[in-house]
Design a protein around this ligand. Sequence first.
Ligand code: SF4
Length: 303
Amino acid sequence: MNIEKIEEEIRRLKEEKNAIILVHNYQRPEIQDIADLLGDSLGLSKEAAKTDADMIVFCGVSFMAETAKILSPDKKVLQPSLGAGCELANKITAQDVKVLKQKYPDARVVSYVNTTADVKAESDVCCTSANAVNVVRNIEADRVIFVPDRNLASYVQRFVDKEVIPWDGGYCYVHEYITKEEVLKAKEKYPDAVILVHPECNPSVIDIADKVLSTGGMVNLARESDNKRFLIGTEEGIIYRLKKENPEKEFYPAGRKRFCWDMKMTTLKDVYLCLLDEQYEISLPKGIVDSAKRALEAMLQYT
Ligand code: SF4
């Protein structure tokens, strides 16, 4: 089948099965182009929960599809590419969180949404990169265990008086390895460009950024800003979206192009087969869904 035929079949199957296709900002361009909803992981899952779709196809990585299942337990949630995981989410287990809780019994646990359902279930509250500072600031505790991203933990620590206890082994390789030197070199090439970086970047990169934003924050700022040029310090996939939505503006990687290989695993053929064969379905134990949902819902009270 050629690409046009695959796209046609995807549209047909989607209608036949009353399915909705959610696509993360880091996915391949051709996957972004077939999205019903394009965005960040939590925003997508929240929107999907509001629709009357019977089936959710989540083009992203596994913790995102799990989050959609947690928020829509009665819908069929499918992930087109079975192997697409998140190296950051996989750096901590529920058992690790239990050990941390024993070590710091007076602390509350805030887990980034980039965690498995099991880790969310062990947490007091979840957060996103956009609301992490507010969640930690507003939670009733003087000490907060923040998992799993140590760079996001250190970013949050800049804005709060309380102690933020990071998970030392936790980082996202895509953001961790963006260097200050390459960002400065890109800035030399485009001196009028605004530097936007994700808070998963390491602190030396955060220090030289003009703005530190979630992917959703980057999309909004690019739309609203009068600036014409931007250097983007996150996974390269979002640049396709930024250019498409703002054709009169220029977007460049802040240094080398950075790829999340798990995000790039999903192909159009995978989405077609996913809808055709209803594979691969996310299934979680009810106890985990209930506890993880409680942590996700608790986030709303602190933002
Ligand atoms: S970019 Fe990093 S945090 Fe996002 S899915 Fe890939 S490995 Fe995980």
